[in-house]
Design a protein. Structure first.
Ligand code: GLP
Length: 241
């Protein structure tokens, strides 16, 4: 795992955006694994800005999002589907048929998880996966305790994650109890991974990711078993390392 230290969230976002743009511009076809949450927003802003200036095209880019809340329609402002259109897809030329996000309102969620995994297998894992990290060390929605060999699955969110994510909702009770997420094994199929972390609230998780024994107590530790991972952290997020 390569550690890149930067000064602030803006440098972190610029680093990730530069790598994405480099891959998009040099590939005839590219699969991108994308993340939601506050962390990647700055990266998406850089991509939109670059698109406006240089017309970098996303017509041959296929995206695969990490996760989605169960029970939220794609039109719900807190769904990750809505998030992705609102923060990126509405502003670039990616065809909507190239966009893949787990369907959190599928009538058969187990089948949805199997189909989503099959899509990722079809492309033999995404070319470049962008990741954030939860304060408890989760990646995607793989909470502590999740088996490391899990593929895309439905899970119950931990109380702590619901509490942390409640800031995006009107109140805690509105935060869904369940989510559908790529599993740890799914994420490890990616050919290249960039994990971003900024701010003091991530310092403990970053410390644990690098120092704790690889295992499900801190799911992000498994990235140490992958041969092509770059962790980009700002000064606050790396302060405990
Ligand atoms: C959420 C998402 C993760 C994200 C993490 C951190 O629960 N499922 O994909 O990386 O928590 O979110 P944020 O970037 O808002 O801190």
């Amino acid at each position: 795992m390569k550690l890149v230290k930067v000064r602030n969230p803006e440098e972190m976002s610029a680093f990730a955006a530069r790598r994405i743009i480099e891959k998009v511009s040099s590939s005839s076809m590219l699969s991108l694994g994308l993340a939601t949450g506050g962390t990647p927003v700055g990266t998406y802003e850089f991509l939109i800005d670059d698109y406006k200036k240089k017309q970098t095209t996303y017509r041959n880019v296929f995206t695969y999002n990490l996760d989605e809340y169960v029970g939220l329609e794609s039109s719900h402002p807190n769904s990750y589907h809505y998030f992705m259109y609102n923060h990126l897809f509405n502003y670039i030329d990616i065809p909507s048929e190239n966009v893949n996000i787990p369907n959190g309102v599928a009538s058969n969620l187990k089948q949805e998880a199997i189909s989503y995994e099959a899509k990722i297998d079809k492309i033999r894992g995404v070319d470049l996966q962008l990741l954030g990290i939860g304060e408890n060390g989760h990646i995607g929605f793989n909470e502590p305790g999740t088996a490391l060999n899990m593929l895309t699955h439905v899970l119950a969110l931990s109380e702590s994650t619901r509490q942390v994510n409640a800031r995006y909702f009107n109140n805690y009770d509105e935060v869904p109890n369940h989510a559908i997420t790529m599993g740890i094994s799914t994420i490890l199929k990616s050919k290249e991974i960039i994990l971003l972390a900024s701010g003091e609230s991530k310092a403990e998780a970053v410390y644990r990711m690098f120092t704790e024994k690889v295992g499900s107590n801190c799911p992000a530790t498994v990235l140490r078993n992958h041969s092509n991972v770059v962790v980009v952290v700002d000064e606050k997020a790396v302060s405990k390392l």
